[in-house]
Design a protein around this ligand. Sequence first.
Ligand SMILES: [Zn+2]
Length: 219
Amino acid sequence: MIVVIMFYMKKTLHLNLHNLNIPVEVTYGTRNRRTFYLCYGIISTTISENSSLSSLRERLEKIFPYEKLAKINLTPLYTDSYVYIFGSVYHFINRGKSSFDYEHCYVNLGNGFLSIKEILYSYIVNRLEELEKIMGLSHHQIKIRNMVTCLGVNHLKSHEITFGIKLVHFSKELIDSVIIHELCHDKVANHSQKFYNLVEQYCQNYKEKTQKLIYGKVN
Ligand SMILES: [Zn+2]
């Protein structure tokens, strides 16, 4: 038996699209996929290893007009010297790798140093419990993952919600809009008008908040 292990390499590039320097997270796979996502102000896609960057640029410029890309916040959510947490800038200490990393970079928000992942986890765990009570829902398990294509996923069968780690960069108000969105899926599974009406009941200006998360605007 031959076992083939596939490694999908991820790389964040900065591509000149319509004369804007846009972050593009590329996953190198075996073939080109025609799916492109814009979330957290980052475009993500999968391309084959032998496809050229110029053809990727051309495709992206067709899919994303200037007007759309011009809405992206081009201030990085983190660099090697600072990180946005809950919408404000902090300096971090690195206990592991030499560059920024959600699990090895620690920030002190007033009660000791916690990793950036722990900071998001402890906020969401507490806020989720409050919102579950308000909405009359039972308790969910949570997971935090480094997702670039979405903000959160509610796994209805296992009663577990996965949140994107990049949410940590955004204001608590914006994070709450994602928690509310995912909790509302307990009542309405799809993205129908009925669903969005329900979300609006618990989250004012929901659409505006989602736009900020898509375009990487932290506040
Ligand atoms: Zn949804």
